[in-house]
Design a protein around this ligand. Structure first.
Ligand SMILES: [Zn+2]
Ligand SMILES: [Zn+2]
Length: 662
């Protein structure tokens, strides 16, 4: 047999011409797919002389996607085995798992998932090979005549949308056959691939839940049944993931928002639009107040802008060209009519603002600016409205109306490096004050295909951001080419108490808006110069940060943020007056304290305070009263007795002032 020379993971190799990656990598079962000359391929792919092959491990992001899609594929096979008359939709991998859409005869129920899982186990055990077969549109339509949804995808090959691209997104139309033990196909699916070499290489999976989903996401289409599942490189990783989900479920801010009476989403207002209840209002105000103080200390000036504007402003800013989909549709105002009902004067379009930047630019531009004034740092708790798809809304962490802690900094080019450096330090320290401590930074650099501004400005700004990031001694992840077209960006990613990563603050240099708004300042030599503009949201939005903190603390906020800092619980009714007086003294000292004067027995009151996650339970019985003291019971169940009232007040005030957790 003739030989070919190829490069495998950087090393030159001579192999028999019929050798495939699955043979070359046979020793290492962690390798589940590969790239050939940079294109992702099955391990069963044919090789030719000169090919450059790179292995892809199952635990890499790409490996996980292939594992999860392959598992979705096996799930579809199992569903059709168990429920023969089920038609197939699409089955892409998603974050941490996969789904597949089905059109079954009957709606799936939880028992069905168990049945499907056990059919999947059989398929996995059999070690069926995924075999790729190139087909033509005409042949595929004939072969898949019983699969109307797949046929529709063949018809729209091309702009089928991101998810459908799993089926038909490749350069060639392909069908994958699953080969049984005897080597004959037992099941086939229209699919772009690639897949694992064999079903046996699915180490651990679980089906999670079913949901209704419109075919291709449109309510004009039939409603299908979606099954979600997850798959991992090992049983341990699957278990770890399931534990994390259970923990996340307990902490879900939407659930805690109701349990702790913090906020709600009344049906009457519309989805994605929250109201904050008094207790949530206290947390929110404490967050805002502290942020305001810190910003004032850092030289920010507070401004306000309206929620509405004429369309022209967003034409100037460019938002209507590239962000219109994310905006609420316009209101047409001040239209005038003739008697016959025809329009006499066309109306004026007004938009809800999705961003605050254009308003701040108008403030900057309201009069001439001198270099002496720079940097100008404008800050606003600016409420914006974005028309997010209902499918992506998620409590207050992804809403349609929210308030950004938004700042825009205008400075000279010379000031930019120093400004970015101090800005990043400020941002990180403030996040630390709210109790987040584990960060990494992501630097998004220029997309050479799509950018405005001068190369040299980009290079300078990117270097300034890199320097600022490096000075923090935190992990820096490069997002090469990931910047928006108008400038490079640093984002701060924070890990919460259970290790989940949240994108928090962003610091974004903008070369575009100063041009579009013709922002200027007069320089030392009297010339008109264009300032550098930096966008910066620290929390992202107050609502989102509130949601993140709620989940991070699992609702047990540190005392400085807690809606109720101390609750008085008398051991018996007879100590109610004494304790009421203590609580009154606490309130006078600025502590958010209240007395539980309900009819409940003491044990019930303690339980209620625990449910409400109140940091200090202030308890008084006979001994306390005699000694002029109280007892503390903390959230972890520990108790401290006989604390003189003055000391009790001082202890609470201290932790509030120092913003420490108890
Ligand atoms: Zn597939
Ligand atoms: Zn902005």
């Amino acid at each position: 047999m003739s030989q070919i020379s190829i490069t495998v993971d950087g090393a030159k190799l001579q192999v028999e011409a019929d050798q495939r990656p699955t043979h070359i990598f046979a020793e290492n079962k962690e390798i589940v797919v590969c790239t050939v000359n940079g294109v992702l391929k099955d391990l069963w792919t044919d090789l030719v002389d000169g090919d450059v092959v790179e292995s892809v491990m199952i635990s890499s992001p790409t490996g996980l996607e292939v594992l999860r899609h392959s598992t979705a594929h096996v799930m579809a096979q199992a569903v059709q085995e168990v429920y023969a008359n089920t038609r197939l939709g699409i089955g892409p991998p998603i974050k941490d798992g996969f789904y597949y859409d089905f059109d079954p005869e009957n709606t799936f129920n939880p028992d069905d998932l168990t049945k499907i899982e056990s059919a999947m186990r059989k398929i996995i055990k059999e070690g069926q090979r995924f075999k790729r077969r190139v087909t033509t549109e005409a042949d595929a339509l004939k072969e898949l005549a019983h699969e109307p949804y797949k046929c529709e995808l063949i018809g729209i090959k091309g702009p089928a949308g991101e998810e459908a691209s799993v089926e038909v997104g490749g350069a060639e139309l392909t069908i994958y056959d699953n080969l049984g033990r005897d080597g004959n196909p037992v099941w086939s699916d229209l699919c772009r691939g690639p897949h694992l070499p064999s079903t046996k290489q699915i180490p651990a999976f679980k089906l999670m839940r079913t949901a209704a989903a419109y075919w291709r996401g449109s309510e004009k289409n039939p409603m299908l049944q979606r099954i979600y599942g997850t798959a991992w490189p090992s049983q341990d990783e699957l278990n770890g993931y399931l534990e994390l989900l259970a923990e996340a479920e307990k902490r879900d801010h939407r659930r805690l928002g109701t349990e702790l009476d913090l906020f709600s989403f009344p049906e009457e207002i519309g989805s994605g639009l929250a109201v904050f209840h008094p207790k949530g209002g206290i947390v929110r105000r404490a967050m805002e107040d502290y942020s305001r103080i810190r910003h004032e200390e850092e030289g920010y000036e507070f401004v306000y802008s309206p929620h509405l504007t004429k369309a022209a402003l967003f034409e100037t800013s460019g938002h209507l060209q590239w962000y219109a989909d994310g905006m609420y549709p316009p209101m047409i105002l001040d239209e005038e009519y003739n008697e016959d009902g025809t329009v006499k004067r066309a109306g004026q379009q007004y938009y809800m603002k999705p961003m605050n930047c254009p308003f701040h630019n108008l403030i900057y531009r309201s009069r001439g600016r001198s270099y002496r004034e720079l940097p100008i740092r404008l800050f606003e708790f600016g409420t914006v409205y974005r028309y997010e798809k209902s499918g992506v809304l998620h409590g207050i962490t992804r809403a349609r109306g929210f308030t950004q802690d938004d700042a825009h900094i205008y400075c000279t080019k010379e000031q930019m490096v120093g400004e970015l450096d101090s800005l990043l330090t400020f941002v990180l320290n403030l996040l630390r004050d709210y109790g987040l401590n584990d960060f990494y930074l992501e630097l998004s650099t220029k997309n050479p295909e799509k950018f405005v501004g001068e190369d040299s400005d980009w290079a300078e700004a990117t270097e300034a951001l890199r320097k600022a990031a490096t000075a923090q001694k935190l992990e820096l992840v490069l997002d090469e080419g990931g910047a928006a077209f108008y400038g490079p960006k640093i984002s701060v990613q924070a890990k919460d108490a259970i290790g989940r990563t949240w994108q928090m603050s962003t610091i974004q240099v903008d070369f575009q808006l100063p041009q579009r708004f013709e922002l200027e300042y007069s320089a030392t030599d009297g010339t008109r110069q264009r300032p550098v503009m930096i966008h910066r949201a620290l929390f992202g939005s107050i609502e989102r940060f509130f949601g993140v903190l709620t989940e991070h603390y699992s609702g047990a906020f540190p005392p400085w943020l807690a809606p109720v800092q101390a609750v008085g619980i008398p051991v018996a009714d007879t100590f109610g007056d004494y304790l009421g007086d203590v609580i009154q003294q606490m309130r006078k000292a600025g502590i958010r304290a209240e007395l539980d004067s309900s009819d409940d027995r003491m044990q019930k009151k303690v339980r209620n305070a625990q449910m409400q996650k109140i940091p200090f339970m202030v308890i008084a019985g006979e001994e306390d009263q005699k000694a002029g003291a109280v007892s503390f019971r903390y959230r972890n169940g520990e108790q401290k007795n006989g604390i003189p009232i003055k000391d009790a007040i001082a202890e609470i005030k201290k932790v509030v002032q120092e913003r420490t957790q108890v």
